[in-house]
Each structure stands twice: as C-alpha cells, then as structure tokens.
Design a protein around this ligand. Structure first.
Ligand code: GLN
Length: 490
C-alpha cells in the first residue's frame, strides 16, 4: 500500500497496526520530495537521517508493543518560524540564515512527544510578512497547481508541501491569514485556532497579539488530529489560555456528526468584492448548507472595511518592536566590517533584512512615535475593538460565519511584488479573525476557470474549534473538492 495517498489519520492507524512501517512512509515522503521538490521548493531544510532514525525507533517501539503517541511515525513539515533545537530556524530571512535555536518551540515538543517524524522546515515570507511567499530571503516556492503562480503566504511552503503530497500534514502560523490563505490557494485545509489555544512559545514573533500556530492537512479530520496534539495551556506562554477556563476538546471525537441546529451568517455586501468564480463557489457552499438544514441569516459587519487599515498599523507596530532584537549582536547575521557600534546595528539590518520587512519596521515605528501614536496606533486599537464587537453582535444571531478566504485564487508570481498595497488588500477576508482572536478554517470548495483551488472560510466564536471543525466537515463530507490533486501529483 502506498502511504502517499493516506491522510494522517489513516496513516497513523496503518502504522500503529503494522500494516505500514513508519520507515516506509518516511522513505516514500523523501522519494516524493526528490521528485517534486526541485519544482515546488517547499522546504528550506530537510532532516533525512534524523527522520529515518526516528521512524525506525517508532517502528521498533510498535513492534515491541510499547505505547506510542497520536502521530506515531507520521511525517510532518513545520514552518521555519518555529524554533527547533536541531537544524537552523531562519524565518525565511538572511539575518537568521545561520541561526540555531537553543530550544524547541512548545508546538515542536508536542509533535515530538506525539512521536511525529519532522521531515523538514518550510519556506515562508520573511518573518511571516506577506501573502505569496515571494518575500522569502532564501528560496522560491511555487503553487503545485500551477508553477507560474504563488502558493499564497506567508506559510506558502507548508501549504505547497501538503498540496504536492510531500507530507500529509504541516504546521504554519497565521497573523493575518497566513494559514488560511495559502491553504485556499493550494487546495488544502488550513486552521487558525483561537488566539491562546496553542502556545506561541518558540514561535518567532511577528505581531504578538495576532500570531497563532495552526495545522495544514488534506482533510478536516487531519487538521483536528493536529490540533489535538498542539492545543493547550503552556506555562511558558502566559497568553495561552487556562484549560479550566477554556477546556481543550478532543477535536476528532464526533467530527463526523453534523451540527443539528445551525445558523450561518453571511454579509452579502461584504462578499461582493470577490471574483465571480469565488463568489459562485461560496454561494454553492451556502446552498449545500441550506440543503443540509442550516438556516442562512444575513449579518452586518459594519467595521470590516477598516480591518486592513487597522491590521497594518497594529501588526507593523508590534513587528517594529519584535524585530528590534535583530541588531547584529543578539541573533544571526553581523556585518563583517563595521566602523563603529552604530554600524553594527544599522549595517547588519540593512544588509540582511528584506525590503518588505524594512518597510514594515518603518511603518510600525512611525505609527508608534510620539505625536502619531494617538492618530494611528491608538485609533487602530479602537477599530480593532469595534471589529471584535461586530463579531460578538453577529454571533448573537448566527453560530458560524461563512465568507471567502481570499477575493481571488492564486495570482501569478511577480504580479503584486511591486505593489505592496495591492498585496495587502488581498487579506481583506482573513485579518478580521486575527483582530478578533477567533478561530477560522479554510476548506477546498471549488476550482476556478484556470483549474485553481478556491477556499471556503468558516469562522466561529472563540474556543469553539470542535464545532468549527464539525461544521467544516459537514461541507467536506458532502463534496469531493478535497480529493482533487494538482496535475504534478498524479
Ligand atoms: N498577509 C498578511 C501580512 O502580510 C498576513 C501574514 C501572516 O498571517 N503572517 O501581514
């Protein structure tokens, strides 16, 4: 049996019951990587020997009847923004190209404790700033569905790896859509959990009040399995939520049970900004829910029009502070020949940070500077509060909100690189969930006229991931979009 077409849920069962050895699954993973990675470019680093050794160990323990974890022997890829004590942690930046973290992020520890086999670290927009992975300072990733198109971003490498069947599941991070949007562009499932559901310890910070780690998979159940492994309170991250306040569910349990009473909120005026093919796919999804007994209700989200403006002030403000630590002294690259200590800072940053990162540091520093703080940063925080309020109000009359993930399908490589504002505007549907801290999922829901995947976004109230996954699974169970593969995978 080929392990490549199995989902993570199926593969872990096949490995646990010794129908497939983890070693075989990992070998197949690397064979597929050898075949397609030269075209796709999903990975920044690979851990062949280490992965094989872990797989052998898992196989040995299973053969000996020893207990193993929930992802025992399953190949997993992780975005290179998560600190690992092995290999480099680059964040897609030349400034961290040689950086070796001294510890594992909590999400990495949890994967390892669950006996997952980490095969490599994936490409991303530098410091997770971008929507196409074109801002990576290290390598280029293409969309497996159309190699002249972007995979989305910033977690483009993880999404492309899962879409090209290089591995069944992966981790990414989502500050303003960086899991959901590349999932949508690559035709896979991507879940951004509630802020605080997953520990951010060891996740290199971009916008700390918005960042959240989450999974990619080909199915909703695989996203649930991954969330089971990584969710939970962590003493090392005080923003991870106390489980007595918000208990962690078993997200796989009951995932196939349709939600009986379901009111889906839509904001028609808001969705009107999407391409025709995207709108048609979302409308078809709403029909499907309606036929399954859901009630579709109209909601108003009066402040969503201001989400992009607020997000790009708040995220850049936080980034300007978070990225101050790359000073040529504490981490990574240092300019070789500084004239004085000021040049150690300025030249190290100038030489090793990319254009988009510099732009955002400047924007954020400006927004926080005295005299402008009230006009920009404080104002943006007020708008954030209003957006949060829009969701609270909407969830009084509906249980879930459905909207597109992105206004378009994957765009051409190079199409938006010279127009950052155009790139930012593509985040319109994803960033409000980060501003409000609520969970959101992207599920494959169609192919456009160019055979490019379209994503359906479902949003639910904070800490209701179990319900969110069931609602997404209702759609997935009634359609076959998630079974479609890019031509290169055949
Ligand atoms: N595209 C958004 C940005 O450029 C979101 C990125 C993210 O979620 N990390 O900031």
């Amino acid at each position: 049996m080929s392990s490549r077409n199995l989902t993570a849920v199926e593969l872990r069962e096949a490995i646990a019951s010794r129908r497939i050895r983890s070693v075989e699954a990992v070998q197949e993973t690397f064979a597929q990587i050898d075949r397609l990675e030269p075209t796709v470019g999903a990975f920044i680093s690979l851990f062949r020997d280490q992965a094989m050794a872990r797989a052998q160990d898992v196989d040995r323990r299973i053969a000996a009847g020893e207990p193993v974890g929930a992802l025992a022997g399953v190949p997993v890829a992780v975005k290179d923004v998560l600190c690992t004590s092995f290999g480099a942690t680059t964040c897609g930046s030349r400034i961290l190209e040689q950086f070796h973290a001294p510890y594992d992020a909590t999400a990495i520890c949890k994967l390892l404790n669950a006996d997952a086999v980490i095969v490599g670290k994936t490409n991303m927009d530098e410091f997770a700033m971008g929507s196409s992975t074109e801002n990576s300072g290290l390598c280029k990733t293409v969309n497996p569905w159309a190699p002249d198109r972007v995979p989305g971003g910033s977690s483009g490498g993880s999404a492309a790896a899962v879409a090209a069947r290089l591995c069944p599941v992966a981790l990414g991070s989502d500050t303003g859509g960086s899991i959901r949007q590349p999932a949508s562009f690559c035709g896979v499932v991507g879940l951004k959990p509630t802020y605080g559901r997953v520990s951010r310890y060891g996740l290199v910070a971009y916008g700390s009040s918005l960042d959240q780690i989450g999974p990619f998979g080909r199915t909703v159940a695989d996203a649930a399995l991954m969330l089971n492994v990584i969710a939970g309170h962590d003493r090392a991250d005080s923003t991870s939520v106390d489980e007595t306040v918000a208990p962690v569910d078993d997200y796989l349990d009951g995932i196939d049970e349709p939600v009986e009473v379901l009111r889906i909120g839509v904001a028609p005026a808001f969705n009107a900004g999407a391409d025709e093919s995207v709108r048609a796919a979302i409308d078809a999804a709403l029909d499907l829910y309606r036929n399954a007994g859901a009630q579709i209700v109209e909601i108003e989200m009066p402040h969503l029009d201001y989400a992009i403006a607020a997000y790009y002030v708040i995220a850049t403000a936080e980034a300007s502070s978070n990225l101050a630590r790359y000073d040529g002294v504490h981490y990574g690259y240092r300019t070789p020949d500084p004239a004085d200590y000021v040049e150690v800072y300025s030249k190290s940053r100038e030489e090793a940070l990319g254009q988009e990162v510099k732009r955002r540091i400047m924007l954020g520093t400006y927004a926080l500077s005295s005299g402008y703080y009230d006009a920009y940063y404080l104002k943006a925080l007020k708008v954030r509060n209003l957006i949060r309020g829009d969701f609270v109000k909407a969830f009084e009359t509906c249980d879930a909100i459905v909207m597109p993930v992105a206004p378009t399908t994957a765009f051409r490589i190079g199409e938006k690189v010279d127009d950052p504002l155009k790139m930012y505007l593509g985040d319109i549907y994803t960033i409000s969930a980060n501003l409000a801290g609520i969970p959101g999922i992207s599920v494959p829901c169609g192919l456009d006229e160019n055979n490019l995947p379209i994503g359906l976004q479902v949003l639910t109230p904070a800490f209701s991931e179990a319900r969110l996954l069931r609602i997404a699974r209702m759609y997935e169970a009634a359609t076959d979009w998630h079974t479609k593969k890019p031509a290169m995978v055949q």
